[in-house]
Design a protein around this ligand. Sequence first.
Ligand SMILES: [Zn+2]
Length: 340
Amino acid sequence: MSLVSMRQILDEAFKDGYGVGAFNVNNMEQIQAIMEAAKETKSPVIIQASRRARSYTNDRFLYHLMMAATELYPEIPVALHQDHGNSPETCKSAVDMGFTSVMIDGSLEADGKTPASFEYNVRVTREVVEKAHERGVTVEGELGCLGGIEDGHGAGVDAMAHLTDPDQAVEFVKRTGVDALAVAIGTSHGVYKFSRKPDSAILDMDRIIEIHKRLPKTYLVMHGSSSVPKELQDIINAYGGKLKPTWGVPIKEIQLGIQHGVRKINVDTDSRLAMTGAIRKYLTEHPEEFDLRSYLKPAREAMKKVIIERMRSFGQAGHASDYDPIPLSVMAQRYSNGEL
Ligand SMILES: [Zn+2]
């Protein structure tokens, strides 16, 4: 199977009412962990790379690793998505490289830090939609600003300072034609999401319900949605790490979101925690070891385990063989004739 568009993956998720995890990658072991998890649970999946991931791997390595993934796991529908494209140029380079989906994050200016005006956001997002849809590539936009900074991206604002306004969301989707919309509901990027177990005062799930009511056909995206399990924090801290106490987004809140239009759930931190904990543990217990494979293997296993759990709880498990991939050229025709 070749890479499929994210739109198709989300259309199918919509039909059956489940969510799909979008997992970030930076290297071969992470791609392998995700593909093995998808194989074991028979899940369609979204693999995403940030700008920094693309420069760390170099686009050509990333592209060929993803080609290897589609060759080795032909039964798994997989979309390759640009996470937080900061400008139309970044999104264009992703499309040229073979990404089947891009996010243009016009909620921030091109520096990836300064909150942008609504008009700026509409303008850059519309520009990306026109160019990407011509080539059958899916587009995700963002309205409102998430808290925190991850991979150098983010305003570093308080998570509650720029929540998505439901009325503005309707106007944004109408004027831009995005396939999917990332909404700000109080979550943050990075590991320090909440300083206590989140309740409705700091995680605004009602806002998702409200936005979904007004935009029933737009696929909503939850960013910063790692659950940051205490067991994973504990492993890191038990083997010399120094994480401060922190809370992520509870799985049951994500599941509530999925009942109300959330189709894509971004998870990065949980993979990082799982791999780092496994490496710390292994090296602490085997101080004489210096074979990279000895600690990368348990790290890959630990990430696979957490991804399997997420795939099962988001509901994507079991859906890999529900459909055949639609070529991007056919998706492009569907956009141009107004079917999509
Ligand atoms: Zn994000």
